[in-house]
Write a protein that binds this ligand. Structure first.
Ligand SMILES: C[S@@+](CC[C@H](N)C(=O)[O-])C[C@H]1O[C@@H](n2cnc3c(N)ncnc32)[C@H](O)[C@@H]1O
Length: 319
């Protein structure tokens, strides 16, 4: 990431003082010419996919069969979903009755048939919102169809959380382990409510280049809060490990036993430790570099299948 003093570059934003700019013009030009000649970028346009990243997930799914069109009512959580290409793939490859929730720290209009919230996955409240979104007990807007097509219901979800958080039923279902009243509902249902997600996919890391709309100087500076790849591999690796751990913790907390997981990692010296943590959570763990991932990129993908039961987070992270 290039730190510049904005006044040096341009008078336009001088009152805002310092800003971070992700690209200098050379690296931006390199990026643009690579994109222009890239067959996956072209094909993404033809197929109306929001980015070439879609093909990486397709290739992961072709090999490991994460999605299943014949399984109804699946619940899919897409972490770092913006601009939405992975969610589009999930939408295409899951049954129409499946629910997909995209979470991103950036604002983004989700693709058709996908819901979204703008939230930081590192915050516990984000986990609460995700659980509430997928909950059968507290299902929102049963009567309207709004949530089926659009993601613009975040305020309703936040409001609902404020209302239900202190209720006994919420505590019983979401927070207590032992004192749950099984006469109210059976234990399978309880497990489904506590671990409501069938598939977690995470491509969290670099944001897509923004060509329209807001720019770095918007008031809440969302662009600063995420991890941009810097080109300095050691920095990229550690930031990536943090986000992979955040995705793994989300999977421990919200993914159902036997559920599936896929996440992107920028390789580096802590990769083996991450792999061990994956092995503590999933029965089958694979590392895979899809063809659509550029050779020169340090990204690789970890796939976890058949999540184990009764995982102790402390055990996973004390290795
Ligand atoms: C490479 S993009 C994802 C591309 C997406 N999978 C697609 O196919 O369109 C990575 C995304 O991760 C998001 N991100 C980074 N840190 C995050 C965090 N802590 N919480 C939520 N999203 C985050 C970024 O905002 C960015 O949009």
């Amino acid at each position: 990431m290039l730190l510049v003093h904005n006044r040096i570059k341009s008078n336009k934003f001088s009152s805002l003082g310092r800003i971070y700019i992700r690209y200098n013009s050379n690296s931006r030009n390199r990026w643009l010419s690579r994109q222009q000649g890239d067959p996956y970028t072209k094909e993404a346009k033809v197929q109306n996919l929001r980015s070439r990243a879609a093909f990486k997930l397709m290739q992961i799914d072709d090999k490991y069969r994460i999605f299943n069109k014949n399984t109804p009512n699946q619940r899919i959580l897409d972490l770092g979903y913006a601009p939405g290409a992975w969610s589009q793939v999930a939408r295409q490859r899951c049954s129409p009755s499946s629910m997909i929730l995209g979470v991103d720290i950036l604002p983004c209009e989700p693709p058709h048939g996908v819901n979204s919230i703008q939230a930081n996955i590192l915050a516990k409240r984000t986990h609460d919102l995700i659980r509430l979104f997928f909950s059968k007990h507290f299902q929102l807007n049963r009567h309207d169809e709004l949530h089926k097509d659009h993601g613009y219901f975040q305020n309703m979800l936040e409001e609902e959380l404020t209302h239900v958080k202190d209720t006994e039923l919420y505590r019983e279902i979401f927070t207590s382990d032992d004192s749950y009243d099984t006469s109210r509902t059976n234990s399978t249902l309880k497990e489904r409510e506590k671990f409501p997600v069938d598939i977690v996919i995470s491509d969290m890391y670099e944001p897509w280049p923004q060509t329209t709309g807001f720019w770095n100087n918007i008031t809440n500076q969302a662009y600063f809060r995420m991890a941009n790849t810097s080109g300095v591999s050691i920095r990229d690796h550690y930031q990536s490990i943090d986000l992979c751990d955040a995705a793994l913790i989300t999977a421990i907390d919200l993914l159902r036993p036997l559920g599936s997981f896929a996440c992107k990692l920028y390789t580096g010296e802590e990769e083996n430790l991450f792999k061990k943590r994956m092995e503590a959570v999933f029965n089958d763990v694979y590392k895979f570099k899809p063809e659509a991932s550029r050779n020169e990129s340090k990204e690789t993908y970890y796939i976890g299948l058949r999540k184990k039961r009764n995982i102790d987070k402390l055990d996973v992270f004390s290795n």
